[in-house]
Design a protein. Sequence first.
Length: 363
Amino acid sequence: MNSFSKNMDHINSLLTIFPRVELANIPTPLEKMQRLSEHIAGPTYFAKRDDLTGFAGGGNKARQLEYSFGDAMQCGADMILVTGAVQSNYVRSAAAAAAKFGLSCHVQLENRVGNMPSSYHRSGNVLLNKLFGAKVSTFHIGEDEAAADANIADLAKDYIKKGKKPYLLTLSPDTKPLGALGYMRCAGEILDQLHSQKKSVSAIVVASGSAATHVGLLLGLRLLKSEIPVHGICVRRDQKQQTSRVRGIVRLAENLIGCGEVVQDSDIKCHDDWLRPGYGKTNEFVHEAMTLAGNLEGMVVDPVYTAKSFAGVIGLYREGVFTDGQNILYLHTGGMPAIFAYEDEITEQLNDGLSTKNPNHTP
């Protein structure tokens, strides 16, 4: 047995005690982004296609929710209560998983992004929540995680009085980080694919928001004795806030699985250069990322998460963090349904000449 197999067995032994359901269609592909690499003419870029996990439109939330729903089923829940942003991929995936396992679902949508058209509040993930049979309510204080969690806790009390057994899915930084467990497993999957393809990478880039994916990937790699740097691209908070959040959730995850402290503070890398003007809002880097991903790779990245992380994978080279000749892996976390909530803005950008900036454009 090689050292990788022994380390993967170690991860599996740590996770065995946690109940898990199957949602994601894995392993997802790990493929070269040939045309992007030629266009940027610096690093060679690869993509780990977790947008293709399949379940309910794909994305990283399928891996995250496998352990959360395993816990919910073990607890005997008959209902899921979940809170998140209006166009939350996590909420959409939770609503779908609840439907799959025969649980009722109440989703609370936090109004984090102001001054959006009415279509933002009814299309994309919002529409899918309803299609999956979830009851939808709105929480108007959009940037207060504690208040949002408190509100669904109050909703849970009401449902308990009615004889329901709700299971709460919250995203505050002190929540038990079951979602990170799915990406500990993904870390092993990535290393296995790199080994089988006889490739190595100098860094991995991922969107960093609630941080479960970022934390799980980083912790999994370190448990597997891999020192590959993981660069988190901030999509909601600035660098200082997000670094603190990731650090805190890393420690919670280490305590949860009982592995001791294996991630060093220096391992935590967050970048907020592509965040402005804030969560769910776009900028010129987002527009460029959407165009390059679509026109060069036939890949859809969404304005909230993956377009910003895709902008980061390009921008870190332009800033000198990555260098010529390196192999860089981009973890595509999905989110395509949210793109339809931005239809008007994206159409306007295309009509204003964004398409003339794409590498396939012919005057």
